[in-house]
Design a protein around this ligand. Sequence first.
Ligand code: DX5
Ligand code: ZN
Length: 233
Amino acid sequence: MTAAFPIIAPSILSANFACLGREVEDVVQGGADWIHFDVMDNHYVPNLTVGPLVCEALRPVTNVPIDVHLMVEPVDSLVPMFAKAGADIITFHCEASRHIDRTLSLILDLGMKAGLVFNPATPLDYLDYVLDKIDLILLMSVNPGFGGQSFIGSTLEKIAKARAKLDAYEAQSGRRILIEVDGGIKPSNIAEVARAGADAFVAGSAVFGKKDAELYGQVIREMKTKAAEARCG
Ligand code: DX5
Ligand code: ZN
């Protein structure tokens, strides 16, 4: 999957749901590259958020990719619904699908980009036999379910391990698989996440926690600059 570095993906989980369309417009105006769309089912994770109807409502609001992070179990029945609702990227948790290869094929056959999500304690081994069906991986740097949690430090080593695995695959296949990191990312720690090898950065509270929508652009620009400097230096 090719994309300019860095990709900033504000998570609407921390947005003001009373004016969600406006919030999406504001972060896109501020430089957001993707809209991160957190779907929780109160079964796989202990929280409940939004589904395909809300994705469909947001689709006409923006042209940037809608990055659907499914924290649901089971997974497969929701995939065609999100395809119809205009999702561009679907990621799902390794433990939430009984048949990972089948779920990845389902996402790809519907014309979307596909990704696997790894919780902080989930091993990267799940990647070994499905690399050819993956466009990106999403490494959780918090336990999924809530915004505003602190970044779990051991994620840095995991990002570096994943980068090495994916770089080796790229050298042999010519396909680049992106690494997205999700949870507790903010201007003060994005540099080390970028240095470890991440391409895409989810930020919920760091962006939407700002009081004024005019500050969204400022924090997004700050994060982009810090990530870019870390990658070069
Ligand atoms: C957590 C979600 C994250 C979360 C990120 O389950 O997947 O996307 O909203 O929020 P912050 O950036 O506040 O940790
Ligand atoms: Zn997420």
